[in-house]
Design a protein around this ligand. Structure first.
Ligand SMILES: *Cc1c(COP(=O)(O)O)cnc(C)c1O
Length: 436
């Protein structure tokens, strides 16, 4: 009989050869599984784990996927949360991504066997959703769309001083435009700009007039701006295109968000090109949407930089399914009625109380978030749990992110799909169990 625990440590090769472990290698790759084996061996050496329990310990220690991004339950009440990946994709979009992930006909016409137009399905879905557009283009994000416009239309870009926006994380649209080689011709003041400010600034070098929607701030008081409907007739006949970055990607006006510009209305009002994100209120994948005049879209598509900004097959698939499929989650969250949210909060609080957790249903205030409408408050409902739950909830097997309010952690249900309520309850119970 041996007394040295090291001699009882199962060999790496032997553990890796166990059928269930070998299956995990096939699924996750050798390196990740080997790391779990080594962690289990270490525990045997330390006397914490019996040698016979190594295989189950390895299996329990494996990550769910070969990637390190986890699904997270967004109970922040912020519908479009940039740190949580912005818009969650609809089930239809997730299926479309899975279908397009392998070899796919993204650029092949299966009837003729020849090269076909790339991503035609997504482009025609965009044109169907925004009939005022003659042509469409999809790039990596709205910042990429701005960079492409600045590079391809170039020269001098006329932009109001009040629209020199910092998007977030230190990124500033004027810096982005200048880094593309364009020159900025700033007009007006921080709070006011007139139509004449724009027209006086036009010259032989003007590449475009650019409108940028202030999606994350509001200027109030003695203000004035020139909107697209005012600018378009003044620019008609000058040959200078009017480009509007609307930000959020609403296809049509939304009754709750009268101050958010939408793609269709902005084009119909006379913009030559409109730009937006795909993963804000549009509710789709990260993308930059460009819609408008066919000749301008063609100029962008033909510019060498486009090749560096174009999106992959999975983005095209997700975007098309978002546009053609069922209402995406972000829109369902925005439109969810308060009574339904309260009923969900009541039901969840009851389940949690029955299991001995101090939980109550409380009124809450949700927000659109990174997607726009900076001051708009959405009435919502939340489940309040003890403040100390916040950190362990973020470490739960499916992490949950809520927010602190006074001496409680609030879990807002507007930013969470109803299908996820059960999992939310399970995670709160997982945390509560660890404490009792
Ligand atoms: C969010 C936003 C952007 C940046 O969009 P990304 O898709 O994140 O690159 C640009 N302009 C406006 C007005 C925005 O709201």
């Amino acid at each position: 009989m041996t007394t040295d625990p090291r001699r009882a440590v199962p060999r790496t090769d032997a553990v890796l050869a166990e059928p269930q472990v070998a299956a995990a290698v096939a699924r996750l790759g050798r390196d990740l599984v080997k790391a779990a084996v080594q962690a289990a061996q270490q525990r045997v050496r330390g006397g914490e784990l019996a040698p016979d329990d190594v295989v189950p310990a390895v299996l329990a220690g494996l990550p769910g996927t070969a990637g390190s991004l986890h699904p997270v339950l967004n109970a922040t009440g912020v519908l479009v949360h940039t740190n949580l990946g912005r818009a969650p994709l609809s089930a239809a979009a997730v299926e479309a991504v899975a279908a397009a992930s392998g070899t796919t006909d993204v650029e092949l016409d299966l009837r003729t066997g020849r090269r076909g137009p790339r991503g035609e399905g997504a482009l025609s879905a965009l044109l169907a959703a925004v009939p005022a557009a003659e042509a469409a283009l999809v790039v990596n994000n709205c910042a990429a769309a701005l960079a492409l416009v600045a590079t391809a239309l170039g020269g001098e870009l006329v932009i109001a001083r009040g629209e020199l926006v910092e998007i977030g994380d230190g990124f500033r649209i004027p810096d982005l435009l200048v880094s593309s080689g364009a020159r900025l011709r700033e007009v007006g003041t921080t709070n006011r700009v007139s139509l004449a400010d724009y027209t006086d600034a036009l010259g032989p070098d003007t590449g475009a007039v650019l409108k940028v929607h202030p999606s994350n701030f509001v200027v109030r008081g003695f203000t004035r701006s020139a909107d697209v409907a005012e600018l378009a007739p003044a620019l008609a006949g000058t040959g200078v295109p009017l480009v509007a970055d609307v930000g959020s990607g609403l296809l049509r006006p939304h009754p709750l968000l009268p101050d958010e510009p939408d793609l269709q209305t902005t084009l119909a009002a006379g913009a030559d090109l409109v730009l937006s994100s795909g993963d804000k209120l549009l509710g789709g994948p990260q993308a930059g949407i460009v819609l408008g005049r066919a000749d301008l879209v063609q100029r962008l598509r033909r510019h060498p930089l486009y090749r560096a900004l174009r999106v992959d097959k999975t983005t095209l698939a997700a975007l098309e399914a978002t546009l053609r499929g069922p209402v995406p989650p972000v829109r369902r969250m925005l439109d969810a009625d308060l009574g339904g949210l309260q009923a969900r909060a009541d039901a969840l609080a009851e389940v949690l109380r029955a299991a001995g957790v101090a939980a109550t249903a409380v009124p809450a205030t949700a927000r659109v978030g990174g997607g726009g409408a900076p001051e708009f408050e959405l009435p919502s409902a939340a489940v309040a749990v003890p403040l100390a739950f916040a950190e362990p909830l973020r470490a739960a097997s499916t992490p949950v992110v809520g927010y602190a309010a006074g001496d409680r952690t609030l879990l807002d249900l507007r930013s969470l799909a109803p299908e996820d309520d059960e999992r939310l309850a399970a995670m709160v119970l997982e945390v509560a169990r660890r404490w009792t």
